[in-house]
Write a protein that binds this ligand. Structure first.
Ligand SMILES: [Fe+2]
Ligand SMILES: [Fe+2]
Length: 288
């Protein structure tokens, strides 16, 4: 596989830069409209653009299949879930420690917002776990193969995906096996038959798939699939079951995007509740 230099591996100063940009693209309904996104220019914006240039260039069908083989054998590490969270929190980047929340704080804020709204405990647990797959970064993976909007590979890229112009650099765009509306798939074949661009969503789905209720698994697997849950660009690959389950994905998304508050949660106070929740649904250790 292609070797990448440092600026290709880490175009963003932190993984949060992608999420901060999502907030500008998809502001809370009461905040400013999407028009502002198109007109917004800043050095951060250029960084995010470069991130998507790399993502859209290198996330090919073959790249995804190779990453599936590499990471879905789960032979890297075995840890208790809380230990995996602490491992994730060793992810240090150039983000500003005074204003940015660490990974664990984002997960706890997401989960606590879900809990405050009275949702079932497995939904709260999903909020807590949903970004655990970002440990991929700690295995030396490029940022654009860990975070970023996800999209189906093996068929035509929708122009509803952010920065669609960069797909011209993706070899699949010029490969007739992959550049038609359905590509390697059948109409409405169901997303379970579709390979998504590689990242933390697909990875964590595979770690948790035997343990959580199906709506939780949809939330985990498709939470970065903005081209569908926000833009409905891939209805032609979905079946009726996917459509029903995407109600859950849409229910989850605001907690991911809009639960960030500058007040960091007190981890030690919350840990016992989450340890119990982990023990209720997940095995004593998980394999990464
Ligand atoms: Fe995420
Ligand atoms: Fe998140």
């Amino acid at each position: 596989m292609t070797a990448f230099n440092n600026s290709e591996l880490s175009p963003l100063s932190s993984l949060e830069q992608w999420e901060d940009d999502l907030l500008i693209r998809y502001p809370e309904p009461e905040h400013k409209a999407k028009e502002a996104y198109r007109n917004y220019d800043s050095p951060e914006r250029d960084t995010v653009r470069e991130f998507y240039r790399l993502n859209h260039t290198y996330q090919t069908y073959d790249f995804v299949r190779a990453k599936e083989r590499e990471f879905l054998s789960f032979d890297k590490k075995e840890l208790p879930v809380w230990g995996a969270m602490e491992f994730l929190n060793t992810l240090v980047d150039d983000s500003d420690p005074d204003t940015d929340l660490d990974q664990l704080q984002h997960l706890l804020q997401t989960a606590e917002a879900i809990r405050a709204d009275g949702h079932p405990d497995w939904f709260v647990l999903t909020g807590f776990l949903h970004d655990m797959g970002k440990v991929l970064c700690l295995f030396g993976e490029p940022q654009w193969a860990v975070v970023g909007d996800t999209f189906p590979v093996g068929c035509k890229h929708s122009d509803k995906i952010v920065y669609p112009e960069f797909f011209v650099n993706n070899p699949d765009s010029h490969d007739e096996r992959y550049n038609t509306k359905y590509g390697v798939y059948d109409p409405n074949c169901g997303l379970r038959n579709v390979h998504m661009s590689w990242g933390h969503d697909e990875y964590l789905y595979n770690i948790t798939k035997d343990y959580l209720p199906e709506p939780a698994l949809y939330m985990i697997r498709y939470h970065s699939f903005y081209a569908q849950h926000r833009e409905e660009a891939y209805d032609h690959l979905m079946d009726d079951h996917d459509r029903a389950m995407f109600n859950w994905v849409r229910k989850f998304n605001p907690y991911d995007l809009y639960s960030k508050s500058p007040k960091p949660p007190v981890v030690s106070e919350l840990k016992p509740y989450y340890e119990d929740l982990i023990a209720k649904y997940l095995p004593a250790t998980i394999r990464l």
